[in-house]
Design a protein around this ligand. Sequence first.
Ligand code: TGC
Ligand code: FAD
Length: 394
Amino acid sequence: MASTQNLGQRVDDFYGLEQQFSSDEIQVRDAVRRFVDAEIRPHVGEWWQAGVFPIELIPKLAELGVFGPTLPEKYGGAELSPVAYGLMMQELERGDSGLRSFASVQSGLAMYAIYRYGSEEQKTTYLPEMARGHIIGCFGLTEPDAGSDPAAMRTIAKSVSGGVRITGVKRWITNGNLAKIAIVWAKDDAGTIRGYIVPTNTEGFTAKHITTKASMRMSVTSELYLDDVFVPDDHRLPLSKGLGSPLGCLTQARYGIAWGTVGAALDCLNEAAAYAKTRIAFGRPIAATQLVQERLVDMLSMTVDMQLKALQLGRLYGSGTMRYPHVSLAKRDNARSALVVARMAREILGGNGISVDYGPIRHMANLETVDTYEGTYEVHTLIVGRDLVEENAF
Ligand code: TGC
Ligand code: FAD
Protein backbone atom coordinates (compact mmCIF):
# COMPACT_ATOMS: atom_id res chain seq x y z
CA MET A 1 0.00 0.00 0.00
CA ALA A 2 1.54 3.33 -1.09
CA SER A 3 1.93 5.97 1.62
CA THR A 4 0.51 9.44 1.00
CA GLN A 5 2.99 10.95 3.46
CA ASN A 6 6.15 12.75 2.41
CA LEU A 7 9.55 11.43 3.50
CA GLY A 8 9.78 13.69 6.57
CA GLN A 9 6.36 12.61 7.84
CA ARG A 10 7.17 8.93 7.30
CA VAL A 11 10.42 9.32 9.24
CA ASP A 12 8.93 11.39 12.07
CA ASP A 13 5.82 9.35 12.61
CA PHE A 14 6.28 5.87 11.24
CA TYR A 15 4.08 4.36 13.96
CA GLY A 16 1.27 6.91 13.85
CA LEU A 17 2.02 8.34 17.29
CA GLU A 18 0.55 11.69 16.25
CA GLN A 19 -2.85 10.32 17.30
CA GLN A 20 -1.54 9.90 20.83
CA PHE A 21 -1.00 13.62 21.38
CA SER A 22 -3.64 16.19 22.32
CA SER A 23 -4.15 19.21 20.08
CA ASP A 24 -2.48 21.41 22.73
CA GLU A 25 0.56 19.13 22.75
CA ILE A 26 0.79 19.24 18.96
CA GLN A 27 0.43 23.02 18.97
CA VAL A 28 3.27 23.44 21.47
CA ARG A 29 5.49 21.02 19.55
CA ASP A 30 4.88 22.71 16.22
CA ALA A 31 5.53 26.20 17.61
CA VAL A 32 8.95 25.09 18.89
CA ARG A 33 9.66 23.29 15.63
CA ARG A 34 8.91 26.44 13.60
CA PHE A 35 11.17 28.47 15.88
CA VAL A 36 14.02 25.98 15.49
CA ASP A 37 13.60 25.84 11.71
CA ALA A 38 13.57 29.63 11.36
CA GLU A 39 16.00 30.80 14.02
CA ILE A 40 18.38 27.93 14.78
CA ARG A 41 18.76 25.67 11.76
CA PRO A 42 20.24 28.31 9.39
CA HIS A 43 23.05 29.25 11.81
CA VAL A 44 23.58 26.23 14.03
CA GLY A 45 26.69 24.85 12.29
CA GLU A 46 28.37 28.25 12.45
CA TRP A 47 27.52 28.79 16.14
CA TRP A 48 28.64 25.27 17.00
CA GLN A 49 31.97 25.71 15.23
CA ALA A 50 32.53 29.09 16.84
CA GLY A 51 31.58 27.69 20.26
CA VAL A 52 28.95 30.32 21.02
CA PHE A 53 25.45 30.15 22.44
CA PRO A 54 23.12 32.71 20.78
CA ILE A 55 22.16 34.69 23.90
CA GLU A 56 20.19 37.13 21.73
CA LEU A 57 17.57 34.38 21.34
CA ILE A 58 16.87 34.09 25.08
CA PRO A 59 13.89 36.51 24.96
CA LYS A 60 12.38 34.56 22.04
CA LEU A 61 12.86 31.27 23.88
CA ALA A 62 11.11 32.81 26.89
CA GLU A 63 8.27 33.98 24.65
CA LEU A 64 7.94 30.42 23.31
CA GLY A 65 7.44 29.36 26.91
CA VAL A 66 10.27 26.84 27.19
CA PHE A 67 11.41 27.96 30.66
CA GLY A 68 9.43 26.21 33.40
CA PRO A 69 6.43 25.37 31.18
CA THR A 70 4.99 22.75 33.55
CA LEU A 71 5.01 25.06 36.60
CA PRO A 72 1.87 26.76 37.96
CA GLU A 73 0.88 29.99 36.22
CA LYS A 74 1.45 32.03 39.38
CA TYR A 75 5.16 31.20 39.06
CA GLY A 76 5.31 32.05 35.36
CA GLY A 77 4.60 28.54 34.04
CA ALA A 78 1.88 27.36 31.67
CA GLU A 79 0.91 24.17 33.55
CA LEU A 80 1.69 22.10 30.45
CA SER A 81 1.48 18.30 30.53
CA PRO A 82 4.70 16.27 30.86
CA VAL A 83 4.20 15.09 27.27
CA ALA A 84 3.97 18.68 25.98
CA TYR A 85 7.16 19.48 27.88
CA GLY A 86 8.82 16.40 26.39
CA LEU A 87 7.81 17.41 22.87
CA MET A 88 9.30 20.86 23.45
CA MET A 89 12.59 19.23 24.44
CA GLN A 90 12.39 16.96 21.37
CA GLU A 91 12.09 19.93 19.04
CA LEU A 92 14.83 21.95 20.74
CA GLU A 93 17.23 19.02 20.50
CA ARG A 94 16.28 18.45 16.86
CA GLY A 95 18.03 21.82 16.51
CA ASP A 96 20.97 21.10 18.81
CA SER A 97 21.54 19.29 22.12
CA GLY A 98 23.12 22.50 23.45
CA LEU A 99 19.88 24.38 22.89
CA ARG A 100 17.91 21.72 24.77
CA SER A 101 20.55 21.74 27.52
CA PHE A 102 20.14 25.47 27.97
CA ALA A 103 16.39 25.03 28.49
CA SER A 104 16.75 21.82 30.55
CA VAL A 105 19.10 23.42 33.03
CA GLN A 106 16.98 26.53 33.36
CA SER A 107 13.71 24.57 33.79
CA GLY A 108 14.45 21.09 35.09
CA LEU A 109 17.40 21.93 37.32
CA ALA A 110 17.53 25.59 38.44
CA MET A 111 13.80 26.48 38.40
CA TYR A 112 12.71 23.07 39.64
CA ALA A 113 15.16 23.25 42.58
CA ILE A 114 13.57 26.52 43.70
CA TYR A 115 10.04 25.28 43.02
CA ARG A 116 10.51 21.99 44.89
CA TYR A 117 12.80 23.04 47.75
CA GLY A 118 12.43 26.82 47.96
CA SER A 119 10.37 29.08 50.27
CA GLU A 120 7.29 30.84 48.93
CA GLU A 121 9.25 34.08 48.89
CA GLN A 122 12.07 32.50 46.88
CA LYS A 123 9.54 31.10 44.41
CA THR A 124 7.79 34.41 43.81
CA THR A 125 11.09 36.31 43.66
CA TYR A 126 12.86 34.07 41.17
CA LEU A 127 10.53 31.83 39.18
CA PRO A 128 8.53 34.40 37.16
CA GLU A 129 11.75 36.26 36.29
CA MET A 130 13.39 33.00 35.25
CA ALA A 131 10.36 32.08 33.10
CA ARG A 132 10.79 35.44 31.34
CA GLY A 133 14.47 34.68 30.77
CA HIS A 134 15.51 37.75 32.77
CA ILE A 135 17.35 35.55 35.25
CA ILE A 136 19.34 32.59 33.96
CA GLY A 137 20.25 29.88 36.43
CA CYS A 138 22.83 27.13 36.58
CA PHE A 139 23.08 24.02 38.75
CA GLY A 140 26.32 23.17 40.49
CA LEU A 141 26.49 19.59 41.69
CA THR A 142 29.47 17.98 39.93
CA GLU A 143 33.00 18.65 41.19
CA PRO A 144 36.43 17.84 39.76
CA ASP A 145 36.59 14.77 42.04
CA ALA A 146 32.88 13.96 42.42
CA GLY A 147 30.80 13.29 39.30
CA SER A 148 29.05 9.91 39.29
CA ASP A 149 29.33 9.86 43.07
CA PRO A 150 28.06 13.30 44.13
CA ALA A 151 27.91 12.18 47.78
CA ALA A 152 31.73 12.55 47.69
CA MET A 153 31.49 16.32 47.13
CA ARG A 154 33.95 18.53 49.01
CA THR A 155 32.18 21.87 48.81
CA ILE A 156 31.28 23.02 52.29
CA ALA A 157 28.82 25.56 53.68
CA LYS A 158 30.16 26.66 57.05
CA SER A 159 27.68 28.31 59.43
CA VAL A 160 28.43 31.94 60.30
CA SER A 161 26.28 34.70 61.76
CA GLY A 162 23.29 35.29 59.42
CA GLY A 163 24.13 32.57 56.90
CA VAL A 164 26.89 30.33 55.61
CA ARG A 165 30.23 30.74 53.87
CA ILE A 166 30.64 28.37 50.93
CA THR A 167 34.01 27.14 49.69
CA GLY A 168 34.57 24.66 46.87
CA VAL A 169 34.87 24.06 43.13
CA LYS A 170 32.11 22.90 40.77
CA ARG A 171 33.03 21.58 37.35
CA TRP A 172 31.27 21.09 34.01
CA ILE A 173 28.47 23.51 34.87
CA THR A 174 26.12 24.28 31.96
CA ASN A 175 25.24 28.00 31.65
CA GLY A 176 27.78 28.83 34.38
CA ASN A 177 29.06 31.98 32.65
CA LEU A 178 25.57 33.09 31.58
CA ALA A 179 23.90 32.65 34.95
CA LYS A 180 22.76 35.36 37.35
CA ILE A 181 22.14 32.74 40.02
CA ALA A 182 23.77 29.40 40.71
CA ILE A 183 22.04 26.63 42.62
CA VAL A 184 25.01 25.34 44.60
CA TRP A 185 24.94 22.03 46.48
CA ALA A 186 27.22 21.90 49.51
CA LYS A 187 27.66 20.04 52.78
CA ASP A 188 26.63 21.87 55.96
CA ASP A 189 28.38 21.62 59.35
CA ALA A 190 26.68 18.25 59.95
CA GLY A 191 27.78 16.92 56.52
CA THR A 192 24.22 17.09 55.11
CA ILE A 193 23.93 18.18 51.47
CA ARG A 194 21.81 21.31 51.05
CA GLY A 195 21.03 23.68 48.20
CA TYR A 196 21.78 27.41 48.15
CA ILE A 197 20.79 30.18 45.73
CA VAL A 198 24.03 32.03 45.06
CA PRO A 199 23.90 35.25 43.00
CA THR A 200 26.87 34.97 40.69
CA ASN A 201 27.98 38.55 41.41
CA THR A 202 28.62 37.69 45.07
CA GLU A 203 32.14 38.42 46.24
CA GLY A 204 34.32 35.29 46.07
CA PHE A 205 32.31 33.68 43.24
CA THR A 206 34.08 33.19 39.89
CA ALA A 207 32.95 31.34 36.73
CA LYS A 208 35.53 30.20 34.21
CA HIS A 209 34.42 29.22 30.71
CA ILE A 210 35.66 25.77 29.56
CA THR A 211 36.77 26.34 25.97
CA THR A 212 38.32 22.99 25.04
CA LYS A 213 35.12 20.99 24.36
CA ALA A 214 34.83 18.92 21.17
CA SER A 215 31.17 18.26 22.07
CA MET A 216 28.26 20.54 23.04
CA ARG A 217 30.08 23.43 21.47
CA MET A 218 26.94 25.55 21.27
CA SER A 219 26.50 25.31 25.04
CA VAL A 220 28.34 27.35 27.65
CA THR A 221 30.06 25.08 30.19
CA SER A 222 31.99 26.44 33.15
CA GLU A 223 33.97 25.83 36.27
CA LEU A 224 32.64 27.61 39.34
CA TYR A 225 35.02 28.69 42.08
CA LEU A 226 33.53 29.59 45.43
CA ASP A 227 36.02 31.15 47.78
CA ASP A 228 34.44 31.82 51.18
CA VAL A 229 31.26 33.10 49.50
CA PHE A 230 28.77 34.53 52.01
CA VAL A 231 25.21 33.28 51.46
CA PRO A 232 22.53 34.70 53.76
CA ASP A 233 19.99 32.43 55.50
CA ASP A 234 17.17 33.49 53.20
CA HIS A 235 19.12 32.10 50.22
CA ARG A 236 19.23 28.57 51.56
CA LEU A 237 16.64 26.26 49.95
CA PRO A 238 14.80 25.42 53.18
CA LEU A 239 13.27 22.12 52.06
CA SER A 240 16.49 20.68 50.65
CA LYS A 241 18.02 17.97 52.80
CA GLY A 242 20.40 15.24 51.72
CA LEU A 243 21.49 13.85 48.36
CA GLY A 244 17.89 13.03 47.44
CA SER A 245 17.25 16.78 46.89
CA PRO A 246 19.64 17.35 43.95
CA LEU A 247 18.80 13.87 42.66
CA GLY A 248 15.12 14.86 42.61
CA CYS A 249 16.03 17.72 40.25
CA LEU A 250 18.06 15.35 38.06
CA THR A 251 14.95 13.22 37.58
CA GLN A 252 13.28 16.22 35.90
CA ALA A 253 16.20 16.95 33.60
CA ARG A 254 16.72 13.28 32.74
CA TYR A 255 13.06 13.10 31.75
CA GLY A 256 13.70 15.96 29.30
CA ILE A 257 16.74 14.15 27.90
CA ALA A 258 14.68 11.00 27.25
CA TRP A 259 12.53 13.12 24.91
CA GLY A 260 15.21 15.48 23.62
CA THR A 261 17.34 12.69 22.24
CA VAL A 262 14.39 11.60 20.07
CA GLY A 263 14.69 14.96 18.31
CA ALA A 264 18.41 14.52 17.64
CA ALA A 265 17.79 11.02 16.24
CA LEU A 266 14.92 12.26 14.03
CA ASP A 267 17.08 15.04 12.63
CA CYS A 268 19.86 12.57 11.76
CA LEU A 269 17.49 10.03 10.23
CA ASN A 270 15.71 12.68 8.16
CA GLU A 271 18.98 14.02 6.82
CA ALA A 272 20.39 10.56 6.06
CA ALA A 273 17.24 9.36 4.28
CA ALA A 274 16.96 12.51 2.14
CA TYR A 275 20.69 12.36 1.31
CA ALA A 276 20.50 8.68 0.36
CA LYS A 277 17.70 9.39 -2.11
CA THR A 278 19.72 12.02 -3.99
CA ARG A 279 23.32 10.77 -3.68
CA ILE A 280 24.23 8.78 -6.77
CA ALA A 281 26.86 6.02 -6.70
CA PHE A 282 27.30 3.26 -9.28
CA GLY A 283 24.61 4.93 -11.38
CA ARG A 284 21.74 4.87 -8.84
CA PRO A 285 20.74 6.55 -5.60
CA ILE A 286 22.49 4.94 -2.64
CA ALA A 287 18.98 4.59 -1.12
CA ALA A 288 18.36 1.94 -3.77
CA THR A 289 21.07 -0.32 -2.32
CA GLN A 290 20.18 -3.02 0.18
CA LEU A 291 22.94 -2.19 2.65
CA VAL A 292 21.96 1.49 2.90
CA GLN A 293 18.30 0.56 3.29
CA GLU A 294 19.20 -1.85 6.06
CA ARG A 295 21.07 0.89 7.88
CA LEU A 296 18.17 3.32 7.47
CA VAL A 297 15.72 0.74 8.77
CA ASP A 298 17.96 -0.02 11.76
CA MET A 299 18.01 3.72 12.50
CA LEU A 300 14.23 3.95 12.14
CA SER A 301 13.70 0.95 14.39
CA MET A 302 15.84 2.45 17.15
CA THR A 303 14.11 5.81 16.78
CA VAL A 304 10.62 4.31 17.02
CA ASP A 305 11.71 2.44 20.19
CA MET A 306 12.93 5.75 21.59
CA GLN A 307 9.64 7.48 20.75
CA LEU A 308 7.60 4.73 22.41
CA LYS A 309 9.74 4.79 25.54
CA ALA A 310 9.54 8.56 25.84
CA LEU A 311 5.79 8.56 25.32
CA GLN A 312 5.13 5.85 27.91
CA LEU A 313 7.43 7.66 30.35
CA GLY A 314 5.36 10.80 29.78
CA ARG A 315 2.17 8.85 30.46
CA LEU A 316 3.64 7.47 33.71
CA TYR A 317 4.67 10.99 34.71
CA GLY A 318 1.21 12.37 33.91
CA SER A 319 -0.50 9.66 35.95
CA GLY A 320 1.79 10.17 38.95
CA THR A 321 3.27 6.66 38.73
CA MET A 322 6.70 7.49 37.31
CA ARG A 323 9.59 6.32 39.50
CA TYR A 324 13.17 7.44 39.03
CA PRO A 325 14.38 4.02 37.73
CA HIS A 326 11.80 4.43 34.90
CA VAL A 327 13.52 7.70 34.02
CA SER A 328 16.96 6.12 34.26
CA LEU A 329 16.07 3.38 31.78
CA ALA A 330 14.74 5.89 29.25
CA LYS A 331 17.65 8.32 29.69
CA ARG A 332 20.18 5.48 29.38
CA ASP A 333 18.65 3.84 26.33
CA ASN A 334 17.56 6.92 24.41
CA ALA A 335 20.86 8.76 24.80
CA ARG A 336 22.80 5.68 23.66
CA SER A 337 20.42 4.91 20.77
CA ALA A 338 20.52 8.50 19.52
CA LEU A 339 24.31 8.30 19.52
CA VAL A 340 24.22 5.10 17.43
CA VAL A 341 21.68 6.63 15.03
CA ALA A 342 23.85 9.75 14.62
CA ARG A 343 26.93 7.63 13.85
CA MET A 344 25.01 5.63 11.23
CA ALA A 345 23.71 8.84 9.64
CA ARG A 346 27.24 10.17 9.49
CA GLU A 347 28.36 7.05 7.68
CA ILE A 348 25.59 7.33 5.09
CA LEU A 349 26.70 10.88 4.31
CA GLY A 350 30.20 9.61 3.45
CA GLY A 351 32.82 12.37 3.34
CA ASN A 352 30.14 15.04 3.68
CA GLY A 353 29.24 13.35 6.95
CA ILE A 354 32.26 14.81 8.67
CA SER A 355 31.27 18.41 7.88
CA VAL A 356 29.13 20.61 10.14
CA ASP A 357 27.40 21.74 6.94
CA TYR A 358 25.31 18.67 7.79
CA GLY A 359 23.79 17.76 11.16
CA PRO A 360 24.94 14.21 12.01
CA ILE A 361 28.56 14.84 13.07
CA ARG A 362 27.46 17.75 15.28
CA HIS A 363 24.68 15.67 16.86
CA MET A 364 27.06 12.75 17.24
CA ALA A 365 29.66 14.84 19.06
CA ASN A 366 26.96 16.42 21.25
CA LEU A 367 25.44 13.07 22.11
CA GLU A 368 28.74 11.88 23.58
CA THR A 369 28.04 14.44 26.30
CA VAL A 370 24.36 13.54 26.57
CA ASP A 371 25.36 9.89 27.06
CA THR A 372 27.61 11.01 29.95
CA TYR A 373 25.92 13.88 31.76
CA GLU A 374 22.93 13.57 34.04
CA GLY A 375 24.33 10.16 34.97
CA THR A 376 26.47 8.03 32.66
CA TYR A 377 25.20 4.95 30.83
CA GLU A 378 26.85 2.79 33.51
CA VAL A 379 25.31 4.75 36.40
CA HIS A 380 21.82 4.35 34.94
CA THR A 381 22.46 0.66 34.30
CA LEU A 382 23.26 0.26 37.99
CA ILE A 383 20.26 2.34 39.11
CA VAL A 384 17.93 0.12 37.06
CA GLY A 385 19.79 -3.06 38.07
CA ARG A 386 19.45 -2.15 41.74
CA ASP A 387 15.73 -1.55 41.27
CA LEU A 388 15.30 -4.85 39.44
CA VAL A 389 17.15 -7.27 41.72
CA GLU A 390 17.33 -5.15 44.89
CA GLU A 391 21.11 -5.44 45.14
CA ASN A 392 23.37 -2.38 45.19
CA ALA A 393 26.25 -2.85 42.72
CA PHE A 394 27.71 0.71 42.79
P1 TGC B 1 21.26 6.70 46.88
O1 TGC B 1 21.26 5.95 48.17
O2 TGC B 1 20.94 6.03 45.63
O3 TGC B 1 20.26 7.95 47.00
C1 TGC B 1 20.28 8.88 48.09
C2 TGC B 1 18.84 9.31 48.31
O4 TGC B 1 18.32 9.93 47.12
C3 TGC B 1 17.19 9.20 46.61
N1 TGC B 1 17.34 9.16 45.14
C4 TGC B 1 16.60 9.88 44.31
N2 TGC B 1 15.57 10.71 44.51
C5 TGC B 1 15.01 11.28 43.42
N3 TGC B 1 15.45 11.09 42.17
C6 TGC B 1 16.48 10.28 41.92
N4 TGC B 1 16.92 10.11 40.68
C7 TGC B 1 17.11 9.63 43.02
N5 TGC B 1 18.15 8.76 43.14
C8 TGC B 1 18.26 8.48 44.45
C9 TGC B 1 17.29 7.83 47.24
O5 TGC B 1 16.02 7.23 47.35
C10 TGC B 1 17.87 8.16 48.59
O6 TGC B 1 16.85 8.67 49.41
P2 TGC B 1 16.84 8.36 50.99
O7 TGC B 1 15.61 9.06 51.47
O8 TGC B 1 16.78 6.87 51.10
O9 TGC B 1 18.10 8.94 51.52
O10 TGC B 1 22.65 7.44 46.85
P3 TGC B 1 23.97 6.96 46.20
O11 TGC B 1 25.07 7.79 46.79
O12 TGC B 1 24.10 5.47 46.25
O13 TGC B 1 23.69 7.48 44.70
C11 TGC B 1 24.20 6.86 43.67
C12 TGC B 1 23.66 7.41 42.34
C13 TGC B 1 24.55 6.83 41.29
C14 TGC B 1 22.25 6.90 42.12
C15 TGC B 1 23.59 8.92 42.22
O14 TGC B 1 24.49 9.53 42.99
C16 TGC B 1 23.61 9.40 40.80
O15 TGC B 1 22.57 9.51 40.16
N6 TGC B 1 24.83 9.75 40.20
C17 TGC B 1 24.92 10.41 38.92
C18 TGC B 1 25.18 11.87 39.13
C19 TGC B 1 24.58 12.73 38.08
O16 TGC B 1 23.68 12.34 37.35
N7 TGC B 1 25.01 13.96 38.03
C20 TGC B 1 24.42 14.92 37.13
C21 TGC B 1 24.88 16.31 37.43
S1 TGC B 1 23.87 17.57 36.69
C22 TGC B 1 24.14 17.42 35.05
O17 TGC B 1 24.80 16.58 34.56
C23 TGC B 1 23.47 18.48 34.21
S2 TGC B 1 23.80 18.29 32.56
C24 TGC B 1 23.06 19.63 31.82
C25 TGC B 1 21.79 19.27 31.13
O18 TGC B 1 20.95 18.56 31.69
O19 TGC B 1 21.62 19.70 30.01
P1 FAD C 1 33.28 9.83 36.57
O1 FAD C 1 32.31 9.76 37.69
O2 FAD C 1 34.71 10.04 36.90
O3 FAD C 1 33.15 8.50 35.71
C1 FAD C 1 34.17 8.08 34.81
C2 FAD C 1 33.76 6.72 34.22
O4 FAD C 1 33.67 5.75 35.25
C3 FAD C 1 32.38 6.77 33.54
O5 FAD C 1 32.40 5.97 32.39
C4 FAD C 1 31.47 6.15 34.58
O6 FAD C 1 30.31 5.55 34.04
C5 FAD C 1 32.40 5.10 35.20
N1 FAD C 1 31.99 4.71 36.55
C6 FAD C 1 31.95 5.47 37.68
N2 FAD C 1 31.51 4.76 38.72
C7 FAD C 1 31.23 3.52 38.25
C8 FAD C 1 30.73 2.32 38.84
N3 FAD C 1 30.40 2.25 40.14
N4 FAD C 1 30.60 1.23 38.06
C9 FAD C 1 30.90 1.29 36.72
N5 FAD C 1 31.38 2.38 36.11
C10 FAD C 1 31.54 3.48 36.87
N6 FAD C 1 27.15 18.66 36.20
C11 FAD C 1 26.45 19.54 36.96
O7 FAD C 1 26.39 19.43 38.18
N7 FAD C 1 25.77 20.56 36.37
C12 FAD C 1 25.79 20.78 35.02
O8 FAD C 1 25.16 21.72 34.53
C13 FAD C 1 26.54 19.87 34.21
N8 FAD C 1 26.64 20.08 32.87
C14 FAD C 1 27.51 19.31 32.13
C15 FAD C 1 27.79 19.66 30.80
C16 FAD C 1 28.73 18.95 30.07
C17 FAD C 1 29.06 19.38 28.67
C18 FAD C 1 29.37 17.82 30.65
C19 FAD C 1 30.37 17.01 29.88
C20 FAD C 1 29.09 17.47 31.96
C21 FAD C 1 28.18 18.20 32.73
N9 FAD C 1 27.96 17.93 34.09
C22 FAD C 1 27.22 18.80 34.86
C23 FAD C 1 28.72 16.87 34.74
C24 FAD C 1 28.21 15.45 34.46
O9 FAD C 1 27.01 15.19 35.12
C25 FAD C 1 29.31 14.47 34.87
O10 FAD C 1 30.37 14.61 33.93
C26 FAD C 1 28.81 13.04 34.91
O11 FAD C 1 27.89 12.86 35.96
C27 FAD C 1 29.95 12.01 35.08
O12 FAD C 1 30.83 12.38 36.09
P2 FAD C 1 32.43 12.43 35.82
O13 FAD C 1 32.64 13.23 34.61
O14 FAD C 1 33.08 12.87 37.08
O15 FAD C 1 32.81 10.93 35.51
